[in-house]
Design a protein around this ligand. Structure first.
Ligand SMILES: [Mg+2]
Length: 266
């Protein structure tokens, strides 16, 4: 049995809610975490909204959160670009996530050349051939351009079934452009390490809780964290037959308080 973590990172979709439907017991579990003064962050690959929107979504579900408690790819990529970018940025992200890229030189939405960075997030139903082909043209037109992926989640659980996330579209663009993406988000280790730095707690004392065995659990473990898999959201029993072995499997986040309380402190 592993040591009691000093901090917890919570994936959001599939752990606290399924799209718009709250997961039973999540509100109570997070209230317990706050009452115990356990440092925590919401570490999500959601790239369709800003941190402020995501915090408001949690508040509506009765979970206390501010924008500063949310750690997500658009914010991480926006911060990095503001300190490193030396050219124009093409955004393939929903309108609600654009606030995280304020202050950058953003290309118009019909440009087919001139991008130093092509940023790809979860456009979901807004993807069409013309849009993804424009991303390809931008990458091809500038051999020095950088493809930025806002997380590499393959798919997620919506109320009416599984839905493609960011990774399949990034993979198509990598294949066509022969470029490798730079990933801001899970499962990239620097993303988890940046979350640990924000918490000011060593990675090996942090537990990441997610419903994606590869992206949440495998990614966290490779970064040095402990990884817990919940059997909600996109979880399927076959997830337990793969190469990633979670440090713990919980029926749902609602089991966290009893599990946590039973752990040895050293
Ligand atoms: Mg999830």
């Amino acid at each position: 049995m592993f040591r009691k973590p000093r901090a917890i990172c919570f994936d959001m979709d599939g752990v606290l809610y399924n799209d718009t439907l709250p997961i039973e017991g999540a509100r109570e579990a997070l209230a317990w975490v706050r009452a115990q003064n356990i440092p925590h962050l919401f570490v999500t690959n959601t790239s369709s909204r800003s941190r402020q929107d995501l915090a408001e979504k949690l508040m509506k579900l009765g979970i206390a959160a501010t924008a500063d408690d949310v750690f997500c790819p658009p914010a991480a990529a926006g911060n990095w670009l503001r300190s490193h970018a030396t050219g124009s940025v093409a955004l393939f992200v929903p309108q609600k996530a654009r606030a995280e890229f304020a202050g950058l030189d953003i290309l118009p939405d019909n440009a087919e050349t001139g991008a130093a960075y092509v940023v790809v997030g979860d456009l979901a139903h807004a993807w069409d051939f013309r849009t993804i082909n424009r991303a390809f043209r931008l990458l091809h037109a500038n051999p020095e351009s950088t493809l930025i992926a806002l997380g590499m989640t393959r798919y997620w659980q919506t109320p009416d079934g599984l839905q493609l996330d960011v990774a399949p579209f990034v993979a198509a663009l990598e294949h066509a452009s022969k470029k490798e993406s730079v990933v801001f988000g899970k499962p990239a280790a620097p993303f988890f390490q940046a979350a640990a730095a924000k918490l000011q707690i060593a990675v090996d004392e942090i537990l990441m809780i997610g419903d994606d065995v590869e992206v949440d659990v495998g990614g966290a473990q490779r970064a040095g964290m402990m990884g817990a898999l919940v059997k909600t959201g996109k979880f399927r029993p076959a997830d337990l037959q793969g190469t990633v072995i979670p440090d713990v499997v919980l029926d749902s986040v609602s089991s966290l308080p009893s599990f946590f309380s039973g752990l040895p402190t050293s």
